[in-house]
Design a protein around this ligand. Structure first.
Ligand SMILES: *Cc1c(COP(=O)(O)O)cnc(C)c1O
Length: 374
């Protein structure tokens, strides 16, 4: 039997090929490769989609975080509170500004940042909270914004996995001072190369972000400051424009498939990562937690099922962060989760029959372990 991949970008391209090919041809004919009207058009469309006054396209989602923090004046001597159970891009961007990432634990049910832990980690040097809407699930923005308000902290939403997700009916990206997005190909809204964006509430801060992303430029050869070269290109913008029109349908398909997984997996000795009652997640990943994860992960892969682990080692235990001096046991929820999480195949084009087969192969793993124990 053919395998079932974790994500299938070819299946998606097949559904939009005519429009994508036409959009690319348009950019080629126009030779508007960097900047230009496709980028402007996409920035406007994405800001409108998010419900924010503006959007700045950048080179990738990591740069988006770095540039947003820098635009807000975060730098050496500052502390930024974030999580350890995320992709390293989140903390890398903090480090690039010269600030120190302060990693706190996650909540056991949602695996999202624990608001009480944020409050406990605040020091006189804390300047910002960088929340991650992990797996496409929005963080508790009511509690987070209340903490930020009390302590006058900046809030940045790393929304790289959560394009279109809603908290309390409002899209992620509309709560914090800035929200950042990645358009890495496998994300819910993915380009055909690298890309990213920053959205925000304050046009002056967005203008500053745009300047940093483009060599600190005010005019072509007038540089207000040293910036970086991190721009969304015309081809990616044109591709993203085609895909943005379908994002809500694709997210709805992911939600329907996630609900089917929940149904099919009910009764097995595992738990699905919880969706908060106020959240409408977009299921970038379908994550379950189970004992004997390594054995089951290997067996699923051997059966041709594309499972993954996001992520196997929390960042505070990575060699790159040895200098933070956070021993095993510092963040017990994140550490336990890293041993138990397994991401199952989930993409909008996944057929019900294939999802059912994933569920059956997973269920069979528990039967075989029960037999082995007899
Ligand atoms: C993908 C991702 C990023 C970084 O995005 P790139 O476009 O690959 O630089 C940042 N944060 C999270 C949580 C991500 O999943």
């Amino acid at each position: 039997m053919a395998g079932i991949p974790l994500v299938d970008l070819k299946a998606q391209y097949a559904t939009i090929k005519t429009e994508i090919d036409a959009a690319m041809a348009r950019v080629l004919a126009d030779t508007s490769f960097i900047g230009g009207k496709e980028v402007e058009r996409f920035e406007q469309a994405f800001a409108a989609y998010c419900g924010t006054p503006g959007c700045v396209g950048v080179g990738n989602g990591t740069d988006a975080i770095y540039i947003a923090l820098r635009a807000a004046g975060i730098g050496a001597g500052d502390e930024v509170i974030t999580v350890a159970n995320t992709f390293i891009a989140t903390t890398e961007a903090i480090g690039q500004t010269g600030a120190t990432p302060v990693m706190v634990d996650a909540l056991d049910d949602t695996l999202l940042i624990d608001p009480a832990a944020i409050e406990a980690a605040i020091t006189p040097r804390t300047r910002a909270i960088l929340v991650v809407h992990l797996y496409g699930q929005p963080c508790d923005m009511d509690r987070i914004m209340a903490i930020a308000g009390r302590h006058k902290l900046l809030v940045v939403e790393d929304s790289a996995q959560a394009h279109g997700a809603r908290w309390n009916g409002k899209r992620v990206g509309t709560f914090g001072d800035f929200a950042t997005f990645s358009f890495y190909p496998g994300k819910n809204l993915g380009a055909y190369g690298d890309g990213g964006a920053i959205v925000g509430r304050d046009p002056a801060l967005l203008a500053r972000a745009r300047m940093i992303a483009n060599h600190g430029r005010k005019e072509k050869y007038t540089h207000e400051m040293e910036g970086v070269n991190s721009r969304l290109d015309g081809l990616q913008a044109a591709i993203l424009g085609v895909k943005l029109a379908r994002l809500d349908d694709w997210n709805a398909a992911r939600r329907r498939l996630a609900a089917r997984y929940r149904e099919r997996l009910a009764g097995l000795p595992l738990r699905c990562v919880t969706e908060h009652a106020k959240a409408e997640g977009v299921y970038h990943l379908m994550v379950v937690r189970l004992a004997e994860r390594d054995r089951i992960e290997a067996a699923m892969k051997a059966a041709g099922i594309g499972v993954g682990v996001h992520y196997p080692l929390p960042l505070h235990r990575q060699p790159a962060y040895a200098h933070l001096g956070m021993p095993e046991g510092s963040l017990p929820v994140s550490e336990a989760a890293a041993r138990e999480i397994l991401s199952l195949p989930l993409f909008p084009e996944l057929a019900d029959a294939d999802l059912d087969r994933v569920a059956d192969v997973l269920a069979a793993q528990f039967r075989s372990s029960a037999e082995a124990a007899d």
